[in-house]
Write a protein that binds this ligand. Structure first.
Ligand code: NAP
Length: 292
């Protein structure tokens, strides 16, 4: 069994990006600039945004964080998005989700200029991903594909079962696994909460991508020998032994599943670090387009 080290892979990629940034700066071009909008004080969102700011530093990017209180109106948030759309100093930006209930999330996503939508959530970028055109790819799916590529895990002709059909993970990663060429060319099945005989279907998989949000959902009896298992799940479960009071739990029962696998990602340290890394790659791509 090979443990897929997302943390190390992400560190390698950030070094590659930093080297490209220094070359860019040496040529007199300005550094890539990623901005983030953070509404409210949700603990998870604060942590994610702090990690993104740290990753920007590691890559040599400029970063800016625009904070707003929970009571911001939709109109005020749309104005902030528009300002970033029109700011020539910003290459790409994200609006950290979730947003407070009184704000229409989809309306905000669609207000972002697709050319700066480094989260890849705008329908234009989702559509481009779907038909295989270049565009910004949703960060978690892109990170999973990069892990498969860097570990030379064969996907062509393999049966990939994706568990979960969300717009940010399940559906886009299934599309990417389906694309012709390089990492792709897989036979893809998507399972969800209405799927019948789910265990039986997952047992047929050469590659399992679990994006369910239920700790330990994938058990050893659902995994065939020699499978590759990508665990996207990150659920906070209470843990009194930790300073934070919680630990992150994946969707896979790692202890029992790992011995059966050819490759497996741990949680934490697997897909998570790659998600932030993909955001950095998308920002780099935006900066390259600006310079083209
Ligand atoms: P989501 O929007 O809640 O989607 C979960 C999916 O799992 C849904 O499609 C749901 O089916 C399916 N599901 C739930 N219970 C099921 C069951 N009993 N049997 C079969 N399918 C079931 O979640 P998400 O945003 O995709 O995230 C999934 C997990 O990945 C979460 O733990 C999240 O925290 C984590 N995540 C991690 C990263 C990272 O960077 N590591 C990034 C994004 C998400 P229905 O559609 O039928 O409801």
């Amino acid at each position: 069994m090979t443990l897929i080290d997302g943390k190390q892979t992400a560190a390698d990629i950030k070094k590659e990006i930093a080297a490209e940034v220094e070359k860019m700066v040496a040529q007199g071009k300005r550094r890539p600039h990623l901005a983030a909008i953070l509404v409210g004080h949700d603990g998870g969102s604060e942590t994610y945004v702090a990690s993104k700011v740290k990753a920007c530093r590691e890559c040599g990017f400029e970063s800016s964080l625009l904070r707003f209180e929970d009571n911001i109106t939709e109109a005020e948030l749309l104005k902030a998005v528009d300002d970033l759309n029109n700011n020539p100093e910003v290459d790409g930006f994200i609006v950290q989700l979730p947003l407070p209930r009184h704000i229409d999330e989809q309306r905000i996503i669609e207000a972002v200029n697709p050319a700066k939508d480094v989260d890849g959530f705008h329908p234009i970028n989702v559509g481009k991903l779907s038909i295989g055109l270049p565009g910004f790819r949703s960060a978690t799916p892109a990170g999973i594909i990069e892990l498969l590529r860097r570990y030379h895990i064969p996907t062509r002709g393999k049966h990939c079962v994706v568990i979960g059909r969300s717009n940010i993970v399940g559906k886009p990663v299934a599309q990417l696994m389906l694309h012709k060429g390089d990492v792709g060319d897989a036979t893809v099945t998507i399972c969800h909460s209405a799927s019948e005989n789910l265990s039986e279907i997952v047992r047929q998989a050469d590659i399992i991508i679990a994006a369910v949000g239920r700790p330990g959902f994938v058990t050893a009896d659902m995994v065939k020998d020699g499978a590759t298992v990508i665990d996207v799940g990150t659920t906070r479960v209470p843990d009194a032994t930790r300073k934070s009071g919680f630990r992150l739990s994946g969707d896979v029962d790692f202890e029992s599943v790992a011995p059966k696998c050819a490759y497996i990602t741990p949680v934490p340290g697997g897909v998570g670090p790659m998600t932030i890394c993909s955001l950095m790659l998308n920002t780099m791509q935006a900066a390259r387009q600006r310079n083209a």
